[in-house]
Design a protein. Structure first.
Length: 244
C-alpha cells in the first residue's frame, strides 16, 4: 500500500516518475530529491533517477485497494509532462474507471496539455483536476483549469512563494496552500496566506493550509514541525464535499 504523509490524500500512485523543471515552483523540487535518494538506496523503480519513466507494471495497483481512498496520482512526476504519451494516460484512466470507489487527484503545472487531453475525452467522475499556482506568473493556469469539466477543480499554492493578488476563483472547488520545505526553502509571507484565506471565505471555497514550511510565520527558520500549520492559532484544513 502506498500510504502518504500528504495530508490531503490517503495514498499515492506513481505510474510515472521523473519530471523536468518548468517554473519557479520547481526550483527546490522535493520529488527530485526523493527520487535520487531512492535511487541511491537501490530502488529499482527509481533506477533512472529523476529522468521521466513510465511504469506500466503499476497500472493495476489500485485494483488491489478495496477500501475507498483519495489517491494522488504522480506525486513523483507530472502526468501531463510532454513525454507522457496520451495512450499511456488512457490506460491510467481505464484503471480509474474500474475503481469507482476511489477518488483520484491529478495536479499539474502543464494545464495546456491537460486541456488538450481532456478536450477530446471525458474525465471520469471520480477524478479531481488541479493546477499548481505558486506565484503570480502561474495564475493563468487557473483560467485553463476552470474550462475543464471535472467533479472537483482545485488549485495548490504550494510552495507559495509570492503574492497572488486577487484571484478569480469561479468554478474552483478547493484551494490548498503551503510553505516550502527543505534547506533552501523560500519564505512564505503571512499576508499572502491571509489574503488567500479571506478570498476563499468570501467565495465560500474550502481552504486547506498544509504548513508554514521551513520558515515560521514570524520569519524564523526552524523545522517545519516546529513552525506548525496554524494561522493565528487556528487550523484550516477543509476539504471539498465528497460526492462518491
Amino acid at each position: 500500500m502506498s500510504y502518504t504523509k500528504i495530508e490531503w490524500s490517503d495514498k499515492t500512485w506513481n505510474p510515472v516518475t521523473g519530471c523536468a523543471k518548468i517554473s519557479s515552483g520547481c526550483v527546490n523540487c522535493y520529488a527530485q530529491k526523493m527520487a535520487y535518494r531512492l535511487q541511491a538506496m537501490g530502488s529499482q523503480k527509481y533506477s533512472n533517477g529523476f529522468n521521466l519513466t513510465l511504469h506500466p507494471d503499476t497500472l493495476q495497483e489500485p485494483l488491489k485497494w478495496t477500501k475507498s481512498s483519495t489517491i494522488f496520482i504522480c506525486s513523483m512526476s507530472d502526468l501531463f509532462h510532454e513525454d507522457v504519451p496520451f495512450k499511456f494516460i488512457d490506460e491510467i484512466m481505464e484503471t480509474i474507471n474500474k475503481t469507482k470507489q476511489h477518488r483520484y487527484q491529478i495536479l499539474t503545472k502543464r494545464p495546456d496539455r491537460m486541456f488538450k487531453y481532456f478536450n477530446t475525452r471525458v474525465a471520469p467522475f471520480n477524478v479531481w483536476l488541479g493546477v499548481t499556482v505558486e506565484d503570480i506568473e502561474a495564475t493563468p493556469r487557473i483560467d485553463i483549469l476552470r474550462e475543464l469539466r471535472s467533479s472537483i477543480r482545485f488549485i495548490s499554492c504550494e510552495p507559495l512563494i509570492g503574492d497572488l493578488g486577487t484571484l478569480d476563483l469561479t468554478n474552483i472547488d478547493w484551494v490548498i496552500v503551503g510553505g516550502e520545505t527543505g534547506t533552501r526553502a523560500r519564505f512564505t509571507r503571512p499576508e499572502w496566506v491571509l489574503s488567500l484565506l479571506e478570498q476563499t471565505k468570501d467565495q465560500n471555497i474550502p481552504f486547506f493550509f498544509k504548513q508554514w514550511g521551513m520558515w515560521g510565520s514570524d520569519g524564523i527558520k526552524r523545522s517545519k514541525k516546529a513552525n506548525g500549520k496554524t494561522i493565528d492559532g487556528q487550523i484550516y484544513q477543509m476539504t471539498p464535499e465528497i460526492r462518491i
